[in-house]
Design a protein. Structure first.
Length: 118
């Protein structure tokens, strides 16, 4: 059974930092492309950052220079270091694991809430 479990969310003041983690079980983690998405209230689920099985990364424009995605294949875990957080970063952050185009190899976590507020 595939499980993606996010952790590390919480309440932080503007300018603060958080580090999210996504622990994966039930998949051959090292061959999957991993990604973080976020969904604000009333909004759609948008890509924040992605890291492929070779370690190549890409970021949504507002995340560039502030967020860093990484993975540890020995721990089957992906991370998102978020610095200089802004109120507009407030959202539920979801972990995604994807391999190819099949829905059978496209998996989601339950999400972790990040709230940026003073």
């Amino acid at each position: 059974q595939v499980q993606l479990v996010e952790s590390g969310g919480g309440l932080v003041q503007p300018g603060g930092s958080l580090k999210l983690a996504c622990a994966a079980t039930g998949i051959p983690f090292k061959i999957y492309t991993m990604a973080w998405y976020r969904q604000a209230p009333g909004g759609q689920r948008d890509l924040v950052a992605r890291i492929d099985n070779f370690g190549s990364t890409d970021y949504e424009d507002s995340a560039k220079g502030r967020f860093t995605i990484s993975r540890d294949n020995t721990k089957n875990t992906m991370y998102l270091q978020m610095n200089n957080l802004k109120p507009e970063d407030t959202a539920v952050y979801f972990c995604n694991a994807k391999l190819g185009m099949s829905t059978l190899t496209n998996h989601w976590g339950q999400g972790t809430q990040v709230t940026v507020s003073s």
